[in-house]
Structures are given as C-alpha cells and as structure tokens.
Design a protein around this ligand. Sequence first.
Ligand SMILES: Nc1nc2c(c(=O)[nH]1)N[C@H]1C(S)=C(S)[C@@H](COP(=O)(O)O)O[C@H]1N2
Ligand SMILES: [Mo]
Length: 391
Amino acid sequence: MPMNQIWKRREFLGAAAALPVLGAAPPRPAPSAVVDGPRPGLIVRETMPENLESPPAALESFLTPNEAFYVRSHFKVPRLDPATWRLKVEGAVRDPLEVSLAELRGMPATTEVALLECAGNGRVALVPKAKGLLWGPGAVGTAEWTGVPLRALLERAGVQDGAVEVILEGADSGEVADEPKSPGVIPFARSLGLRKALDDVLIAYAMNGRDLSPAHGFPARAVVPGWYGMASVKWLARAVVTDRPFQGYFQTLEYSTFGRHHGLPSLVPLAENAVKAQIISPTRGEVVPAGRPVVVRGAAWAGEATVMQVEVSADGGATWANARLVDEPVRHAWRRWEWTWRVPAAAGGRSLMARATDDRGRTQPMTRDLDLRTYMIHHVVPVAVEVGPPA
Ligand SMILES: Nc1nc2c(c(=O)[nH]1)N[C@H]1C(S)=C(S)[C@@H](COP(=O)(O)O)O[C@H]1N2
Ligand SMILES: [Mo]
C-alpha cells in the first residue's frame, strides 16, 4: 500500500492515535488531545499524575481563575474524544440511557457557583507528618459551573424503587501500587446518596464560562456542591444507580473518616465540607512591619451551610476579634473576610489564627480530631508570621 494511502487510512481512524508516519505531515491533534498548557501560576506537588496547588494570590478573587485552580488527579488525565464520548446512566433504572456531549449540551442548563476543596487541603500542617500529598492551603477554589442537573438524567432513566445510591465513574483508571494496594487497575469512582444526587449535583461541561480543560474533567464532570472535592468525579463515563451502598476504594480505603456509633468507630465516606476559615494573607513566615496596621485577609466556607462569623486572634488564641465578612453569602461558595491587625511595635514571632462559625452553630475545633485520619483538616491551624523592624 502506498504511503499516502496508509496515511489517509490512519487519518480516517483518528490521526491523534496514529504513530508518526515517515515523510508525512505530523497528525493534527483532535480537540480531545489538547492538553492544558503550561500553568506557571500553579505550585507543582506531583507531576505524574498531575497534582497542582493554587498559590495564595489565586484565592483572593471570589471566582478562582481557571488557570490558577488547583488540580487533583489520581491517575493520568484520560484523553477523551468529544465526538465519541458518552455518559451512560444504568443500573437500577427502568430505561438505561447514553447521552452524547451534543445531547448533554442541548439539554436545559443551569449555572451554579460552587467551591471545591480537596479533603487533603492543608495536610502539610499535620503532625506527625501524614502520608499522601502534602498540600498547603491552596487545594481549594471557587468556580461557576455550567451543566445539566444529574436529576434530569436520573429522571429520564427512571430510578427504581429500592435504589439508594448513584455511583459516578470516571474514565481515568490505574493501579494503586502503594499500600493499601488496589485490586489491579481500577477507575476513579465515588457514590452519592440518592437524596444528594437528586438535589443539586451538576454534570458540568463549563467552568467560569469556558469549556472544561482536560485537567478539570473534559468533556464533563460532576460538581457536588458543598462536598469535598473527591465527590466531584471528573471525566464522567457512567452513573450507576445501585440498591446497596458502594464500598469502593476511594470511599473506604481512601477518603473516609471514622464515625462513631454506639461507641464503635466505623469508616464513613467523606461527604460535606466542614466549616473552615483560612488565612490567605499574610502567608506563613511572612515578615510584617512593626507598629503599622496590616490587613489580614482570608476566606471561609461551610459546605451546604452558611458562614456567619469569622474570628481572628493575633495572640495565640487568648483574645479573638470579629473579622468583617467581605462577600454576601452565596450558597456553596466561600465568604472572603478581612481584619485589620494593629501590629505591635516589638519585633518577634507572632501567630495568627482564624476560626469560622456557620448558621448551624458549628465552629472549628482548636485541636485535631484523630478520627478524621488525614482528611478534613479544619481545626484551627496557626499561621506563624514575623514582626520585623518598622518599615
Ligand atoms: N475521575 C476523577 N475525578 C476526580 C478525581 C480523580 O482523580 N479522578 N479527583 C477528585 C479529587 S480528590 C478532587 S479534590 C477533585 C479536584 O478537582 P479539580 O482537579 O478540578 O480541582 O476532583 C475529584 N474528581
Ligand atoms: Mo481531593
């Protein structure tokens, strides 16, 4: 077969997958093969798979810019062809269905603001040093997501009586080689109780008004507002309705905490975000001039609840003052806050603390609850700063 005919056939089969052909023009990548460009704005925690943290400055705007939004991936980013991608809805449903990206985009859409925080955000502060990615404070961000309510798809498929959960499965997969090992190659998958699945979960295809990038789940991902990030499954492939609780790897061996019932600890999959305030500025180790006011800034969030108060202490927790809440409450988003610190004239180390309270009366604990394992780092963590000589 002449070379140009081979080339044509390869092109027909999908140029992006073809090996380079000698003498032929390099294949034009399909839209799906586009990878996220360099993101100099992100802090690299791991390159394979890609795990990138937002720098403090990225957390200062109400909506986190896409290029500065943290990335948390367990496996290699799957390259999905938007022309052939399908989302399957199956399991305990009357009419299993499959939707294409065009169909999904043709359905009535909603746009919702939602914060995503990785359950390991702030893990670097744990003592003794924890296993897992040692995130600083930047595994969190807020975006405006556009997509179709999961409810609409579940209603079309018809959830059967007796169903209790929906498992969301990503198109990414791999083998977890470290203990606890996975049973060979597994996909990333997480389940949701039907009540949440039928409430406000989105199948999103756009983030802050732009198509999802490959790293954030192109062509479509779940967004589970008010829940830790692991629930918002990227690169969605299937939604499986089940009549029993799912006990998959990522909700038992990982992303679970101990809950106590009748005095007995048992593993509970992580779900809603805990109430938490985070100091964004000044940053750890920053030198602030003595004797001059400094604006301490941060953000606070509370899952499905609303942040009502943020208190700040500059004396190791002896006294607390109310911060000013900058943002009006927006459901599932953070509220930025600020407080003016009258920095003392004497140089030396100081520690800043912030603690949020929500409309359910939940306040952040001052000490670490060991039942939380290495997740939900929401106890008050002091930020050590240095009061330097007057500017
Ligand atoms: N398919 C799939 N979905 C996933 C993950 C993953 O590794 N694979 N990581 C989860 C975790 S732990 C988090 S915190 C969020 C991060 O979303 P982001 O990378 O868009 O910030 O995606 C979640 N969805
Ligand atoms: Mo996460």
